[in-house]
Design a protein around this ligand. Structure first.
Ligand SMILES: [Zn+2]
Length: 190
């Protein structure tokens, strides 16, 4: 049976992200060398065009991830995670990301498409020299004044699901519901 055939069968002939039944084609989840049922999803043209061109993203379209991110298939989970990451300036998308737990190998896969550009980047390390990865939880080892937000992030505060930045000494995370940049030297991996 061809991949296309099995994908149509497993998805009931619907886009595995938004449920549309229009213009469905196979989407190969980068980085793919050999397409299999495991590293492809069936996706509609609307979803695929926005995945391929993040500048054309229609935020409301992706509210569909509210349902599809619970799909048991790792391939669908990976694409849901990646699209939510694109949208993480939206609070609803950030909330979904916080709820979306991926198995460690799936998490690694979800982040794999960004590794190419990040290859030369030095790893982010916490105050103990432990390497920090996107999605890790950290705790603050001292009180930090959050400039511009008007509050102090207390020592011991846990920050979940951190994101890495271009600067290895800076990570991003949410404290008191506000997304802020934190210096890694004031953090400890939880
Ligand atoms: Zn779709």
């Amino acid at each position: 049976m061809s991949i296309k055939h099995s994908l149509f069968q497993r998805s009931n002939s619907a886009c595995e992200l938004c449920g549309s039944d229009l213009n469905l084609t196979i989407y190969e989840i980068p980085p793919v060398t050999t397409a299999t049922e495991e590293n492809t999803i069936l996706a509609c043209e609307t979803c695929q065009s926005q995945i391929n061109d993040p500048s054309a993203i229609d935020t409301n379209h992706w509210r569909c991830l509210n349902d599809s991110m619970w799909n048991p298939l790792p391939a669908v989970q990976v694409m849901a995670w990646r699209q939510l990451k694109q949208l993480d300036s939206e609070s609803w998308a950030q909330d979904l990301l916080d709820m979306l737990y991926l198995e460690p190998d799936v998490q690694q896969w979800a982040e794999a498409n960004r590794s190419d550009e990040d290859d030369d980047r030095a790893p982010s390390k916490d105050s103990n020299g432990t390497v920090l990865q996107a999605g890790d939880s950290v705790t603050l080892i001292k009180d930090l004044d959050v400039k511009g937000a008007g509050f102090t992030a207390k020592r011991g505060t846990m920050v979940k699901n951190i994101a890495l930045t271009d600067d290895p000494e800076h990570i991003e995370g949410r404290v008191n519901g506000t997304r802020i940049v934190l210096l890694t030297k004031f953090l400890k991996k939880a």
